[in-house]
Design a protein around this ligand. Structure first.
Ligand SMILES: [Fe+2]
Length: 237
């Protein structure tokens, strides 16, 4: 920045008049020996953010709006899990030799085969870990001393798989084997009987469907297991 000539002249005159060295603050940062007090930091030049080219870092936790042609749910959730969507304590399991079927696959959603009449209007029946795919079935458990969080899915977000505007319906499950609030999603039991039988593996999650979803649509299911983190997959309804 050019110094104001009037001020420079004034400083020269002042130095001449007193015989002392007068250093204008804008020069102080450039000069100075080791013994001198640290010079004040120069004022940073104002920057215009919009003109700065910023390299767009891909978000490792981003999830696609639509099902990619080469969608691989196991690979996607393994990568996203290692990037932070799955707790560190579970990473050795998902990355282990049986990680795909016993841990990642176990957390992927599939449509439970139930009579339509057993599913409330506007909802969908989901389970996790499709045996038809060779995956372990997901168990469910209430909080215990060893696992005070409990083990079940505490939220499920469902969105029509579209690039356009779409509503995302979110269902909560604030307890297991019973939901604790009436506005929560609900549970049903595969084959009837007790929901706690077989380690809770017969639990069906009744989740809200967005109003813009029609039969035959692909939906994106993004859900969170209290113990094992977040998982994403696409399901045709
Ligand atoms: Fe889990």
């Amino acid at each position: 920045m050019e110094q104001d000539p009037t001020r420079r002249d004034f400083l020269k005159k002042l130095a001449g008049a007193t015989g002392a060295l007068v250093i204008a603050p804008t020069f102080a940062a450039c000069g100075g020996g080791a013994e001198e007090a640290p010079a004040p930091e120069p004022e940073p030049e104002p920057t215009v953010g919009a003109e700065e080219p910023v390299a767009a870092e891909p978000d490792p936790l981003a999830i696609p709006q639509t099902k990619p042609a080469d969608w691989d749910a196991i690979a996607f959730n393994k990568e996203r899990g290692n990037a932070g969507a799955i707790p560190e304590s579970y990473l050795p399991s998902i990355n282990g030799p049986d990680g795909d079927t016993q841990h990642l696959g176990k957390h992927l959603p599939y449509l439970a085969e139930v009579d339509e009449g057993d599913v409330p209007a506007g909802m969908i029946a989901l389970m996790w870990g499709d045996p038809a795919m060779g995956y372990a079935r997901h168990p469910n458990a209430p909080p215990t001393e060893d696992n005070p969080d409990g083990h079940w899915y505490d939220w499920i977000r469902i969105r029509k798989a579209t690039e356009g505007e779409a509503e995302e319906a979110e269902s909560h499950y604030r307890g297991w084997p019973e939901v604790e609030q009436p506005e929560d999603g609900g549970y049903a039991v595969m084959g009837g009987g007790s929901i706690t039988a077989d380690g809770g593996k017969n639990t069906i999650y009744l989740a809200k469907l967005p109003a813009d979803v029609s039969p035959g649509d692909t939906i994106r299911v993004h859900a969170h297991c209290l113990t094992h983190g977040e998982y994403v997959d696409f399901v045709v309804v």
